[in-house]
Design a protein. Structure first.
Length: 235
């Protein structure tokens, strides 16, 4: 199982990629957001780690080439947006056939179901943005949006918003940590940094869930006991 842990370890990827680490990060972000089999690739942790190792002192301390921060700031959001747009196109083009396959070690139908429930619960716009911060869901959300016939132009708009906020937020967090933390102790801060940003990103989702539950409680019952009209949420 060591190979599996290596695939999930952003430091392992950056070390293996060496001088090509910057280009590798772009490719991984594109694959994780655009290709169904890319869901197992590190997304959040890789972006934070890439931001950290864009610091020359940290990268040299880890024995790897420093990543180009300007290239990351420009290239990773473009790859995240392009990957998601590809996923939407594949979903719209091939529909359910894209998901009609038996479970395997990598592909699980439950991932598709989870993305569909996410889409239905939050509505198209919020789902596309919020899914960026939820591992696995962000990979399957894009083709699911295509299957459920979300218009390509509308998807593109919210895809850009979600992609830029997700990528730039994590990169800037990592770059900040890389400039403030002792290079010898940087390993201690990578995963905690990811957990913090993911927790913060989940707050809007938690708020939406609470809001929906309150709306459901306020729905009129068959016996007419409740007369409050639920709020109308438009996405």
């Amino acid at each position: 199982m060591d190979w599996l842990w290596n695939l999930l370890d952003p430091t392992w990827w950056l070390t293996v990629l060496g001088a090509f680490a910057t280009i590798g990060v772009l490719a991984i972000i594109f694959a994780e957001t655009g290709l169904l089999l890319g869901f197992f690739l590190p997304g959040d942790s890789l972006l934070v780690a890439a931001g950290i190792f864009s610091s020359v002192s940290v990268a040299q301390g880890m024995g790897i080439e420093p990543l180009s921060f300007p290239v990351l700031l420009i290239g990773t959001p473009l790859c995240a947006i392009a990957g998601a747009q590809l996923g939407h196109f594949l979903g719209a083009r091939f529909g359910r056939r894209l998901f009609d396959k038996p479970d395997s070690r990598l592909f699980k139908r439950e991932h598709v179901v989870r993305a569909e429930e996410f889409f239905e619960k939050f509505g198209p716009a919020k789902a596309v943005i919020l899914a960026r911060f939820v591992p696995i869901v962000r990979t399957f959300m894009n083709p699911v949006a295509g299957v459920l016939e979300m218009p390509a132009k509308r998807f593109f708009l919210w895809n850009v918003v979600g992609g830029v906020v997700w990528v730039e937020g994590l990169l800037l967090l990592g770059h900040f940590l890389g400039s403030k933390v002792d290079p010898k102790q940087i390993d201690r801060y990578i995963l905690p940094g990811v957990f913090v940003i993911v927790f913060i990103s989940l707050i809007p989702i938690i708020v939406e869930v609470i809001k929906k539950r309150r709306e459901q409680k306020n729905l009129p019952e068959p016996n007419g006991k409740h007369h409050r009209v639920p709020t109308d949420s438009q996405y």
